[in-house]
Write a protein that binds this ligand. Structure first.
Ligand SMILES: [Ca+2]
Length: 191
């Protein structure tokens, strides 16, 4: 069968042409973030405190949300997350909210972390001063973080793996095989 032949011929090559990968290759950087704590955060509850939590957004998409720390304007999170970043031109958008049971959470300030300006392959302690774009003079305290930005060690390695996997999946999908044929083909791929 033509499909199987093509399949085998591509597998007989030691490597698959990386140009088969979707371009541009995604996930070129790893951004490790340690959200340490907040200092002098804004009061949003009537009791004179807040229940702060932190959101990280990349390209408009929420990529991390911290735990909520109740009734504390100097919360300690000590949470870590690792994000895969495609492009350094998109800043990390950091937003703090006051959790309110049964109500819409109140905004407590935000900051941008510009990835282009970060020194790479080193853990950098950072203080992000929180601002409300509507009230730029209001003091909303700050967040303490540590960030480590690392380029993927071998940028072509992962996209190539992805390309191979995508290729295999496409091939499997394009074939209508009995179970026996399917496993035969899988064995060819492994070899
Ligand atoms: Ca609250």
């Amino acid at each position: 069968r033509a499909v199987r032949y093509r399949y085998r011929s591509s597998c007989s090559h030691p490597s698959v042409d990386p140009s088969e990968a979707a371009s541009p290759p995604p996930g070129m950087y790893k951004l490790e973030i340690e959200l340490k704590r907040g200092h002098n955060l804004a009061i949003r509850d009537r009791g004179g405190s807040s229940d702060p939590y932190v959101k990280f957004k990349l390209a408009g998409k929420e990529v991390f949300r911290s735990k909520t720390i109740h009734k504390n304007l100097n919360p300690v999170w000590d949470e870590k997350t690792t994000l895969i970043v495609d492009s350094l031109s998109e800043p990390l958008y950091v937003k703090v909210f006051d959790y309110d049971f049964g109500l819409q959470d109140d905004f407590m300030g935000s900051a941008f972390l510009y990835l282009e300006s970060l020194e790479q392959q080193r853990t950098i302690p950072l203080t992000l001063v929180l601002k409300d774009p509507q009230l730029p003079n209001e003091d909303l305290g700050s967040l303490e973080l540590a960030v480590t930005l690392t380029p993927k060690s071998s940028p072509m390695e992962e996209p190539r793996d992805t390309a191979v996997c995508t290729h295999i999946l496409c091939q499997i999908r394009s074939m209508s095989l009995s179970a026996r044929d399917f496993f035969c083909n899988v064995r060819h791929l492994i070899n």
